[in-house]
Design a protein around this ligand. Structure first.
Ligand code: FAD
Ligand code: SIN
Length: 533
């Protein structure tokens, strides 16, 4: 199959980019592939909203920039922060024109929420289901583009580079080029060759590497693993953001329901099992300190008290106000017998967001020619060592736009010179005899990552994690080489790679900064460095 633009992923980054290139180049073909249903994305689950400067009389670009830099703890790229904050309002206006609705107050002005680390109220939201509303608007807008094809249940396996023509490609190869991808068509169970002028990776996050995460099951870091295999640059993977307040349900593993930070923005207070509002002891910004601080404080309270969760107290928030802003959370709690006006909500931290990823420049270009990355899979330099709440939907839109601007000229050139691409080689493989080997290895991976490479790390834990990952890697590679490709084996393989990259980044970083906290090096180093793998 041949296309001009190939988009991998149908979240906010992939859809924004696809709409833009399709409209700007009506004579070109745009193909979006997505591994499950189009709307099953991290984007759909976004709750709090999108951080953007709305009113220059009450807020300012400088304040949003400053808040982002403080959260990023010295590692943000200031040029990138500046351009995201300043280009953000235009991108938000665009999605409003495409039909996304954000809540307004009685005067008809946007009702702005507040989240941790923000010095002003600046979060546009749609109730507590902002992401679902944005995904809806994007999919509806996309349907009007005649030159776009969106194919669900199409699992991208690997990028095609010179390596597939028999050339030796290493990290030192100066001009690695992407010609398209191999993808498993889950309707036919065949591996297809998708040839593309330009490819955009918008494959989202990797929360599934951990035992408990706010991310849905699609978040297995496939894009990062593919780029790493293709010898592209990956950076700052150790900065995994744990959201402080996922709803705690005893014995639950996998995707946890999020209780948005905006609840604390509206007055929710964290309490330990003695009923103490403990955040006062950890940071003067209390419950609205940046996420790394709140998540570590909760982790510490849980360890001191030997409990599996803390409480989020919303009983003092007037019920009509809670219901108006958080109807989805109210209903979810109610379904579990929690009445937020009377009961406190049990919450615990869960893996939430990957700040690092595929290294890109200010135009979304990766280190591989004709390959762009945007959204959570990319490391643009915006977040540094810790992402400011609600900055990621914004980043995805800004870099989808910038990748669009850059790639429309590139596509003309690369579409003219199309080499013949080799078919996928499945020689010597058969059906795996026991799927349980895959599910068991996944459980082990999640256990290792949660126990040894979680919120608090140290050298011994990281060494242990590395040893166990090595073994998992060896076993999984053997299984992969002898098995017919399936999404399960590919996701496991990708997640082990991502686990390895997180652990390796963490082991290299001999300091504590932002989201990376190592008790053997509790201070910040004077050397500011991004760890590129
Ligand atoms: P996604 O939306 O995750 O889309 C990834 C796409 O890639 C999917 O379509 C998937 O099928 C596809 N894909 C992946 N691998 C493959 C493959 N191998 N083959 C084919 N397709 C593939 N951010 C904010 O700014 N504000 C918020 O309020 C907010 N709340 C959040 C709440 C929750 C519960 C979560 C989980 C995240 C939240 N975030 C929030 C973060 C934000 O939602 C994500 O970072 C963002 O939506 C990521 O968008 P994306 O387009 O990069 O990826
Ligand atoms: C939330 O709503 O608390 C999540 C916001 C984010 O991840 O940016």
């Amino acid at each position: 199959m041949q296309t001009d633009f190939l988009v991998i992923g149908s979240g906010i980054a992939g859809l924004t980019y696809a709409i833009k290139v399709a409209r700007a180049c009506p004579d070109k073909k745009v193909l979006i592939v997505t591994k499950t249903n189009a709307d099953e994305t991290n984007t759909k689950y976004a709750q709090g909203g999108i951080a953007v400067v709305n009113d220059l009389e009450k807020d300012s670009y400088d304040k949003h920039i400053e808040d982002t830099l403080i959260a990023g703890d010295g590692l943000c790229n200031e040029t990138i922060v500046d351009l995201v904050v300043k280009e953000g309002p235009e991108r938000v206006q665009e999605i409003i024109e495409w039909g996304a609705r954000f809540d307004k107050d009685a005067d008809g002005d946007y009702a702005l929420g507040k989240e941790g680390g923000h010095s002003e109220k600046r979060i546009l939201h749609h109730k507590d289901v902002t992401g679902a509303e944005m995904e809806r608007a994007l999919l509806e807008t996309l349907r009007q583009c005649r030159n776009v094809e969106l194919v669900n249940h199409y699992f991208v396996v690997d990028l095609i580079t010179q390596h597939h023509f028999g050339y030796l490609v290493t990290k030192a190869t100066p001009d690695i080029q992407c010609y398209g991808v191999y993808a498993l068509n889950l309707h036919t169970n065949q591996i297809d060759v998708l040839q593309a002028g330009v490819t955009l990776l918008a494959t989202g996050g990797n929360g599934q590497v951990y035992r408990t995460t706010t991310n849905p099951s699609i978040a297995s870091g496939d894009g990062v693993a593919m780029v790493y295999r293709a010898k592209g640059r990956i950076e700052n993977m150790e900065f995994i953001q744990f959201h402080p307040t996922a709803l705690y349900q005893a014995g639950q593993k996998g995707q946890a329901f999020l209780v948005t930070e905006a609840v604390r923005g509206d007055g929710g207070i964290l309490r330990n099992h003695q009923g103490e509002a403990f955040m006062e002891r950890y940071d003067e910004r209390k419950d609205l300190a940046p996420r790394d601080i709140v998540a570590r404080a909760i982790d510490s309270e849980m360890k001191i008290n030997g409990t599996e969760h803390v409480w989020l107290d919303c009983r003092h928030i007037p019920l009509p106000q809670f219901l108006h802003h958080f109807p989805n959370i109210y209903e979810k709690c109610k379904s579990l017998g929690i009445e937020v006006e009377k009961d406190m909500i049990p919450v615990a931290p869960a893996a939430h967001y990957s700040c690092g990823g595929i290294k890109t420049d200010e135009w979304g270009r990766t280190s591989i020619r004709n390959l762009y990355a945007a959204g959570e899979c990319a490391s643009t330099g915006l977040h540094g060592a810790n992402r400011l709440a609600s900055n990621s939907l914004l980043e995805a839109m800004v870099f989808a736009h910038r990748s669009f601007l850059d790639s429309t000229s590139v596509v003309q050139q690369s579409t003219l010179s199309r080499p013949h691409l080799p078919e996928w080689n499945a020689k010597g493989t058969g059906m795996p005899r026991e799927m349980i080997l895959i599910t068991q290895s996944l459980k082990e991976l999640q256990q290792v990552m949660s126990d040894y490479v979680g919120i608090v790390r140290n050298d011994v834990r990281l060494q242990r994690a590395m040893k166990r990952l090595d073994l998992l890697w060896e076993e999984t590679e053997a299984l992969y080489r002898s098995s017919v490709i399936s999404p399960q084996i590919m996701e496991l393989r990708n997640m082990i790679t991502v686990g390895y990259l997180i652990t390796k980044g963490a082991a290299f970083r001999k300091e504590s900064r932002g989201l990376h906290y190592n008790t053997d090096y509790p201070e910040k180093s004077t050397l500011l460095q991004n760890i590129v793998l």
